[in-house]
Design a protein around this ligand. Structure first.
Ligand code: COA
Length: 167
């Protein structure tokens, strides 16, 4: 995460009330449900804050799995023939309107990838369900590939992502 932002796990001291991303459903989720999901351990939630602790963006992470035969052949061929393989789901991600278009969304994706890699647990890829075509274009610009026949579900192998981050 580039200065002036740092990312940290969502905690009760964060003021979520003024966060506005332009997506009502994501804003509502963040304000009303994110901390419950964290408490119930069905998602982790991480926020990007500036020096004043104002929230500029957030994302959620959760363990998930994907059927091997749902993956593009090129991706699947590097994997063992297990019927399903583990991934990390970026369930929700949003940037405040005042900070959109400045690279923060990509920086949040990078943060999620680095965090997952650091856990050292089995998750071969990041997976997302883009909420619309704009979001899908954003994820594609960040290196994600659409899964054939899976709606707007996209995937980015972590090994590929780490290579992209080094470039
Ligand atoms: C989608 C969203 C997260 C993007 O964040 P951002 O900080 O504005 O995006 P960035 O500045 O990091 O852009 C990264 C890349 O994605 C591209 N991109 C961003 N938004 C895009 C859009 N709506 N359509 C097409 N491409 C887009 C940028 O051009 C950039 O490409 P580049 O690296 O080739 O220059 C942000 O606009 C947002 O929070 N929107 C409302 C909520 C939402 O849609 N969340 C996605 C949930 S599935």
């Amino acid at each position: 995460m580039k200065p002036p932002f740092v990312t940290e796990p969502l905690n009760p001291d964060h003021d979520r009330s003024a966060f506005h991303s332009g997506s009502d459903s994501l804003d509502r989720y963040f304000k009303e449900r994110a901390s419950q999901d964290v408490r119930r351990r069905v998602a982790g939630c991480f926020v990007a804050v500036d020096q004043d602790k104002t929230i500029a963006g957030f994302y959620t992470l959760a363990a998930a799995s994907v059927a091997l035969d749902a993956l593009p052949r090129e991706m699947a061929k590097a994997l063992p023939r297990y019927p399903v393989v583990p991934v990390m789901l970026v369930g929700r991600l949003a940037v405040a309107t005042t900070h959109q278009g400045k690279g923060l969304g990509s920086a949040l994706i990078a943060d999620a990838i680095i965090r997952t890699d650091r856990f050292g647990i089995g998750a071969f890829a990041m997976m997302v369900d883009a909420k619309d075509e704009h979001a899908a274009a954003f994820y594609q610009a960040s290196g994600f590939t659409a899964l054939p026949g899976q709606g707007r579900r996209l995937c980015l192998p972590i090994a590929t992502a780490l290579r992209l981050l080094q470039d």
